[in-house]
Design a protein around this ligand. Structure first.
Ligand code: ADP
Length: 508
């Protein structure tokens, strides 16, 4: 049984002046064409603290008319060259300034993220907000390195005495809709905005309706950094209304989406009208493979972190554990011990190691998945409890002795629930790991270099970590094989998502 703190409102007031001032302001609004606006209707959505149910703020529920306004503003900015014609070094300076402002406001942003999303303060403060700043710095560096190539073609029918001179140039793809999920809001904004801005695109950011507060605060910092009007627009609202309107809008050139595989499919459908460019970072069911010779102290701690970090609400969470037969019982005992010791509570309390899930609706879904696992014959090694004023807390849960056909093994749970199974040999575990419609990430834990690389080369996933899990860096591409998505974010190649290649072929 995990250590459960009393979940109440005492001691969970933000400490920073910035977060307090932001929450007090009644005018949380959207950024369209450089203006802060409530949009065309009086409709508002409410942000609540998922741990306590406490009201935090309201913000606009945009209409399709607001989406049209934001797209028009982004288009006007693009056509006027207000951002795309800014020299790359200046774009880089402004992006670097965004990173500096993120650093400067890191405590305030971490508090807002915790209140709105639930995560322990340390997750935002030490991992996600520094990670967001790192994205802006990395892609600031890319802004000055966007280059075409010269090409020597082999065409042999040019007129006598002439030759072919050919080259490519890179141009921004244009107006981009960035649609993001609620699990790690700020870093998701950065992973899309930074490469898009480096490339010279104008962007409409649509944060998840569950967690829109830090998008609005980031918008203020982006304006302060000197990003011109219309280059970044922020519209808040419902996915099926605002997100869908962006995905089908004829004047949006590209959609960059992170979220569920089901919503990814809906976005693809909507995007086909004008054949938008689409990148999708979708669900996962990432295996964590422990071989008998693994360094067990590292491997067990790593496996626990892979599933319990951010309460398992991570697309690359290590949610399927495969431990080799000689170590299986030991690993499960140790994991149950770690899960049972974890301190659950409000994210603003310093001792908290795991916060609530993002909403009562999501927690209900996760609890139903645990129930389905037990009904299908999994054995509960620890966890499975739901508690808190909104029933949003779920204790770290281990479902042992699962079979490959169980729903809990096949479907993404997106909560602190680890399915565990043993295996005998390497071929068997490669088959088990690959028996998934997803292919986002995996980790392999072993002291054998050969075994690690042999397994890695056969896993059908976009990332494989060896003796680690959840190591992120702006330089490391991330994305999925199979139904985990299209394309990659982060890394040098990510900027290409926001660029068109123009081929120029001249007879000279
Ligand atoms: P979840 O189901 O976990 O809430 P989603 O994939 O639905 O995750 O949400 C990710 C993002 O996609 C959110 O910003 C949400 O508002 C948006 N969204 C949801 N439905 C649609 C849709 N039909 N079209 C476009 N965006 C959507």
């Amino acid at each position: 049984m995990a250590l459960i703190q009393k979940i109440d409102r005492s001691g969970v007031e933000p400490r920073t002046d910035g977060a307090r001032a932001f929450l007090k302001r009644a005018d949380k609004s959207m950024l369209i064409g450089g203006e802060w606006t409530n949009g065309r209707s009086a409709r508002r959505l409410e942000s609540i603290d998922p741990a306590t149910g406490q009201h935090l703020a309201t913000f606009p529920q945009a209409t399709v008319g607001d989406v049209n306004d934001a797209v028009a503003a982004a288009r006007a900015c693009h056509e006027a060259g207000a951002w795309c014609s800014v020299v790359p070094a200046r774009r880089a300076e402004i992006m670097w300034k965004i990173a500096e402002l993120l650093d400067l406001h890191i405590d305030e942003l971490a508090e807002l993220e915790t209140l709105d999303q639930g995560k322990p303060l340390a997750v935002g403060r030490w991992a996600e907000i520094p990670g967001a700043a790192a994205q802006f710095r990395y892609f600031a560096g890319m802004a000055t390195k966007i280059e075409g190539r010269t090409i020597t073609p082999s065409i042999d029918y040019q007129p006598e005495g002439k030759r072919v001179h050919a080259y490519t140039t890179k141009e921004p793809v244009g107006v981009v809709a960035a649609i993001t999920p609620w699990n790690s809001p700020l870093i998701m904004y950065a992973m899309k905005l930074a490469p898009a801005l480096a490339a010279g695109c104008s962007v409409i950011l649509k944060p998840a309706e569950e967690t829109s507060l830090t998008a609005i605060r980031l918008g203020e910092l982006i304006v302060e950094a000197g990003v011109p009007a219309g280059a970044v627009n922020i519209v808040t609202g419902l996915g099926e209304e605002v997100g869908a309107a962006l995905a089908r809008h004829p004047d949006v050139d590209k959609v960059a989406f992170t979220g569920s595989t089901e919503t990814g499919r809906a976005i693809l459908d909507a995007a086909k009208g004008n054949l938008k460019k689409v990148t999708l970072e979708l669900g996962g069911k990432s295996p964590v493979i422990l071989l008998n010779d693994a360094n067990l102290d590292l491997a067990v701690a790593g496996a626990a972190n892979a599933i319990f970090f951010n309460a398992g609400q991570v697309c690359v969470a290590g949610s399927r554990l495969y431990a080799q037969d000689a170590i299986y019982d030991y690993v499960l005992d140790r994991l149950a011990e770690i899960g049972g010791r974890m301190v659950l509570g409000h994210g603003l309390k310093p001792e908290t190691e795991m916060g609530p899930l993002v909403s009562a609706q999501h927690a209900t879904r996760v609890a139903a998945m645990i129930k389905s696992g037990l009904e299908e014959g999994a054995s509960l090694r620890t966890g499975g409890d739901t508690f808190g004023p909104l029933e949003t807390f779920i204790s770290p849960t281990l479902l042992a002795d699962v079979g490959p056909d169980m729903k809990v093994v096949r479907e993404e749970i997106f909560g602190p629930v680890l399915t565990c199974a043993s295996f005998q040999d390497v071929d068997e575990v490669i088959d088990l790991a690959n028996a998934s419609s997803y292919g986002l990430a995996a980790s392999v834990w072993t002291e054998s270099l050969s075994a690690a690389h042999l397994i890695t080369s056969q896993l059908r996933t976009g990332t494989v970590w060896i003796n680690s899990h959840l190591m992120f860096d702006p330089s490391l591409p991330i994305g999925g094989y199979k139904q985990s998505g299209w394309g990659r974010e982060s890394g040098q190649m990510a900027v290409e998502n926001y660029l068109e290649t123009k081929t120029v072929c001249a007879v000279v």
